[in-house]
Write a protein that binds this ligand. Sequence first.
Ligand SMILES: Cc1ncc(COP(=O)(O)O)c(C=O)c1O
Length: 397
Amino acid sequence: MKRLWSVTGGAAAGRHGGLRKVVPLPPEREGRERERHGVDGQEASGGGICRLEFEETRRNGEQGRRGEGTKRWISSPAATELEKIVMDWVGEMLQLPKEFLFSGNGGGVLQGTTCEAIFCTLISARDQTLSRIGRENMKKLVVYGSKQTHRALQKAARLIAGIHPYNFRAIETSKSTSFGLSPDSLRSSICANIEAGLGPLLLCATVGTTSTTAIDPLGSLSEVANTYGVWVHIDAAYAGCACICPEFRHFMDGVEAANSFNLNAHKWFLTTFDCYCLWVKDLGALIKSLSTTPEFLRNKATDSREVMNYKDWQITLSRRFRALKLWFVLRSNGVANLRDFLRSHIKMAKLFEGLVEVDKRFEIVATRYWFASRCCHQQWERKLTQMEKLMTVIVIT
Ligand SMILES: Cc1ncc(COP(=O)(O)O)c(C=O)c1O
């Protein structure tokens, strides 16, 4: 077993980027044999998860000593290095454009949930826009989504990022577009807002909405958004996982024009909660908004600017070592097995759809030939109350 950082070795033993030399890249097609896992885990951490400075060990107590949580690169170098590797792996599996990867100029981070991560992208977009139009215009900023967009966006915008409650636009969608957001509707909304003296800030487009698995047309929406300098975030929380299969990758077409992208490994990647993957193109904007370095968190490694600290990519300072569980999922299954697992769910959903189709008691609300969720509701002979309607909508995921 190779050790890049010894338990007592200190920063001199840890080298920025060193872990890449001992872990294979990209992930293998097939999973590794089970008896190798123990060794893999040690390779993955490189012995660098216990390397804590004395005072941080004392402050963080047992959690820190076991390497489960960290604030800075220097506290647990392998935690940061492995996260960078794993995020590039998943990015490559999704064929994300190079600008989203560390091997390009961007990068990825593991966070807890959508709400936390959308907040981070929102405030990067907010600070970038306000530096252009002036801080006094904070109340004029507008955030766009569709009626189908997950409410995590609204929560992050209104409750946390300080967007004025009237400035959240949930644009109507219809059956004619399979409940995807229409670029024309987005353009009309943005133009009306500009005319009213408001400042368009961020659009959240979705690949696979929660209630009907609708897919927003990423390319044409981004084209509209880019015309008005609007940050584009893509929420592919659930369905994004399926895009590692070549036959579903086209649902992400247009991602190249976006600013940030997410999927939740804890939804459909065999990974336990929480494990939210966020990639951004412009690391500078994110870090500028979220970085804080008081004297007690400074150290030589950080000051040298050779290493990065994930505390500057999120709301909290301390963070969990989420990369290890994702690493195990990818290493033990391999890309081919993960794809087969996703396809088996999609096959089951198709079978379910066939059964529902021939049963007159149900109506399929949105026809879906992709992913593993189907939306249908039970038909009643009399007119239903709103509450009954809500209670009979069945989404199988
Ligand atoms: C499209 C989409 N976005 C966001 C979320 C929120 O996910 P979480 O709170 O697990 O991050 C969900 C959950 O169902 C979802 O389907």
